[in-house]
Design a protein around this ligand. Structure first.
Ligand code: SF4
Length: 311
């Protein structure tokens, strides 16, 4: 792929720039990955897509087994919280059972390569795409991790607080929403937002991987920017909670004006970099050498694009 010149399609030029936490992570972790994910894969779902575009699109929709567990855990918690919001019971045992069935079905689907025909709708695991040898015990460990995380969530103190809460206290549950910043659309998707008894807006994020306190605080502060625009009146409080489900740790952070100002400044700086790389500024000829590979090979281990990136 090294010599290929990618031309940004004319009908996509002038698109509004979007920013999200995950897009910013790609930008910072590896410019090559950012390029393959956000530019080369564009249009890869259409029947007439070029082979390179199609391949990039397919790869960007893969996940590794660790991310996969995180997705299933999020899905099961969302189902459980949905039941609580409707005033019903949430049964962790039933959710674990459902999550296990889901993982079995998705594993089989991935093994059969269904995702090659339907990349967006079928589960595709990197381990299958790259024919990695993963022992059965490791897959079993991942299933067990899913169970541990789902059960840990429903033991959190906040779940007891949410039980029986009136609907108006629930502000968001895995809702994708956005706000405008400097002419760009900032996309946010808090796991959960609710209004506590003292009127404080609480933003909750749950994690199934390793704790990264700085990142987590910044991510909650980005959600806080949306919350302040939408739910927090003058002087109202805003708090962030991160639950680490794999080890049961919970951390709280006060999302004050300073934390939010830092988050806004960091989005602005990230948007400036994105704009400089975007076709409107850089021109429709997106040359690969403008998007170098990362110097930190650690990012490559779990990167779905390794086949395309020429590292
Ligand atoms: S394999 Fe490594 S260098 Fe290549 S795109 Fe992925 S993270 Fe970047």
């Amino acid at each position: 792929m090294a010599d290929q010149l990618y031309l940004w399609p004319e009908d996509q030029q002038g698109d509004r720039l979007t920013w999200s936490w995950s897009k910013d992570r790609r930008l910072k972790d590896c410019l090559r990955r950012y390029y393959l994910h956000h530019y080369v894969s564009r249009g890869g779902a259409s029947a007439g897509a070029q082979p390179l575009t199609r391949e990039a699109y397919l790869l960007k929709n893969l996940r590794n087994r660790h991310m996969w567990v995180g997705e299933v855990v999020h899905e099961m918690i969302e189902l459980g919280l949905g039941a609580l919001r409707r005033g019903e019971q949430a049964s962790p045992a039933a959710l674990v059972e459902r999550g296990t069935r889901r993982m079995r079905a998705q594993y089989a689907e991935s093994l059969q390569g269904v995702y090659r025909e339907r990349p967006l709708h079928a589960c595709g695991l990197m381990e299958h795409e790259y024919r990695e040898e993963v022992p059965k015990e490791e897959w079993k460990r991942q299933r067990d991790r899913m169970e541990r995380c789902v059960r840990a969530f429903f033991e959190l103190e906040l779940v007891a607080k949410l039980e029986g809460s009136p609907p108006w206290r629930w502000l968001a549950l895995e809702n994708l929403t956005s706000f405008d910043l400097d002419g760009a659309t900032v996309l946010v998707k808090p796991d959960l937002a609710w209004r506590d008894h003292d009127d404080t807006v609480v933003l909750v994020d749950w994690k199934t991987g390793k704790a990264r306190p700085d990142d987590e605080e910044r991510q909650l502060a980005v959600y806080g920017l949306f919350a302040r625009r939408s739910w927090v009146g003058g002087g109202g409080g805003l708090r962030g909670v991160v639950a680490h489900l794999d080890d049961g740790g919970v951390s709280e952070t006060n999302l004050d004006d300073m934390a939010l100002a830092r988050a806004e400044a960091s989005i602005r700086s990230s948007l400036a970099t994105m704009r400089a790389l975007h076709p409107e500024a850089a021109g429709p000829e997106l040359r690969l050498d403008r998007f170098p590979v990362t110097a930190d090979a650690g990012f490559c281990v779990h990167c779905a694009f390794k086949r395309l990136c020429d590292r």
